[in-house]
Design a protein around this ligand. Structure first.
Ligand SMILES: [Zn+2]
Length: 525
């Protein structure tokens, strides 16, 4: 049974705009269970909802179902009609590729600004999506409008094409690389279009916040991923996919509704490169972000969504660092709960493994470390970026042999990424290309491959060099992108994206975190 606010709560005025917290409260359980008193209590405790309500009086108040729960009246399938069936009040999508377009009476099946919401359940192997601003076409993937991706599968072995774009992605334009919904569990997908602003939410988590530029960049000319107007469509992707939809509903907004944000992004080469690589299935993730220099998680995520670069936010773990025990892991993860980003552990020093349990380590999306903090062969503790601690290096070759030994040791720790790789102290950095001899490079690369450790392409230090990356690529190594920001300025992955081009890296060469149960700390390799 589809529900709308007006049907369920006759006589109770509804806010014109639900803010996030309000919507979150509403959707934790079916609306039918909410009493009038509870609704009023929510309104009183969410001032933001009340104020935006007052501002926006021109809008329609009602959510309208697009699916009657009994039939496909108002919907029209392309290619293979049999891929869509109504079962138990749900649309069951299973079969050959086909798209089910809304062609019914609501708003004449033509929407420009709107809020859309559907409850969706994917089965393992499922790949689906919701199109908007699209138009019926008899076959193929719809060329008009945008697809909001539905895909919750763990990373599969790289035997062929493996989809990196996860649920909530504005497909190929603003991707989401972490799954915030699970197979076999109902989740809510919401899409809002207001003027040039597109937002998508997965279980009320804002994952895409895209402002279309004045001149939208089209990376794939086959698809018109440009804001316009049109209808919705549900995707049946392939016979291996089974997806269920229910409570599909829309709230049209007036054509005049526009986003608050007037700052339309400037399109430069890097902006185009992010979209081009996103379209080509590269995971565009900065896996090495620190909340430093006053950078808050909110600012970081806002930045991330605007740039189309997903973030992995890392906390440092080691002696004298914020995370140093199972208890501090718990506290940290509690503080990051519900944040739409990867949550990472940066291991520090070499003692970190003795401080936290394997179970605590496995709770992070991934773990990384560098070989910049260690004790040398004479018992001297040093951090390579601090000149006074490194002291004079009388014999660079001997220093390199010691450093190589430390790097190979780090590779045996239960980590996923070797960060700040091949970093050299300032006094010998000018000789990087020669001190990193072919043999030393080969040993680092072989250890990374043997231990399934990705090599970070670091944006702050611009390391490793292109020649090192090319050698590692040829040997079959994997790479991650990371900034290791010193302050609140994160940049835009300038160096890693340049290296993708210069070194010919493919999307398969780029690291993605393993899923729970498959992590190195859990499997031993
Ligand atoms: Zn770091």
């Amino acid at each position: 049974m589809p529900h709308t606010a007006s049907v369920l709560l006759p006589g109770v005025p509804f806010p014109k705009i639900y803010n996030d917290s309000f919507t979150a409260k509403l959707t934790r359980r079916p609306m039918t269970e909410l009493t009038r008193r509870e609704i009023l209590a929510m309104l009183l405790t969410t001032p933001a909802a009340a104020s935006s309500w007052a501002q926006d009086t021109s809008e329609s108040t009602d959510w309208t179902p697009l699916f009657d729960g009994k039939s496909l009246d108002g919907w029209k399938a392309s290619e293979h009609e049999g891929s869509f069936k109504v079962v138990g009040g749900e649309i069951l999508v299973h079969g050959e590729r086909s798209h089910l377009f809304y062609t019914g009476k609501v708003h004449n099946a033509d929407f420009r600004n709107f809020e859309f919401s559907a409850e969706i359940k994917t089965l393992p192997g499922s790949n689906s999506g919701v199109y908007f601003h699209t138009a019926f076409q008899p076959s193929g993937f719809p060329s008009a409008g945008f697809e909001v991706q539905v895909e919750n599968n763990p990373p599969a072995p790289l035997t062929g094409y493996v989809e990196r774009k996860k649920t909530g992605s504005l497909y190929g334009v603003r991707n989401v690389y972490k799954t915030f919904a699970k197979n076999d569990e109902w989740f809510t997908l919401s899409i809002t279009v207001r003027g040039k602003l597109v937002q998508t939410r997965v279980n009320n988590l804002l994952v895409v916040d895209y402002i279309e530029p004045e001149q939208p960049f089209q990376a794939d000319k086959k698809f018109g991923r440009v804001l316009n107007h049109g209808t919705f469509a549900l995707q049946g992707h392939d016979p291996g996919s089974t997806t269920r939809f229910r409570n599909i509903r829309v709230r049209p907004l007036p054509d005049s509704a526009s986003s608050e944000a007037s700052d339309r992004p400037e399109v430069d080469d890097l902006y185009r490169e992010v979209i081009r690589l996103s379209t080509e299935n590269y995971p565009i993730v900065d896996y090495h972000v620190h909340l430093k220099g006053g950078l808050t998680i909110e600012q970081a995520l806002e930045n991330s969504r605007r740039l189309g670069i997903n973030y992995g936010v890392a906390i440092n773990c080691g002696l004298g660092f914020p995370v140093h025990s199972d208890e501090s892991v718990q506290q940290y993860l509690d503080s990051m709960k519900g944040q739409p980003c990867f949550i990472a552990l940066q291991a520090e020093g070499r003692e970190w493994r003795t401080l936290v349990s394997p179970a605590s380590i496995a709770r992070f999306d991934y773990v990384f470390t560098d070989a910049m903090t260690f004790t040398d062969d004479h018992g001297k503790r040093m951090r390579l970026w601090i000149d006074e601690e490194v002291g004079n290096i009388p014999d660079p070759q001997a220093f390199m042999d010691m450093l190589l030994d430390r790097i190979l040791g780090v590779m045996r720790e239960p980590i996923d990424i070797y960060a700040n790789p091949t970093f050299l102290p300032a006094q010998i950095a000018k000789d990087y290309e020669t001190l990193w001899t072919p043999d030393r490079r080969r040993k680092v690369i072989a250890a990374a491959i043997e231990n399934n450790v990705a090599i970070e392409i670091n944006n702050r230090y611009k390391i490793p060099s292109a020649s090192f990356i090319k050698q590692a690529k040829a040997a079959g190594a994997k790479f991650s992108f990371g900034t290791n920001n010193a302050d609140a300025n994160l940049g835009r992955l300038e160096y890693p994206l340049a290296m993708v081009k210069e070194c010919g890296l493919a999307w398969q060469d780029i690291f993605v975190p393993r899923s729970t149960g498959q992590k190195r700390i859990e499997t031993g390799n």
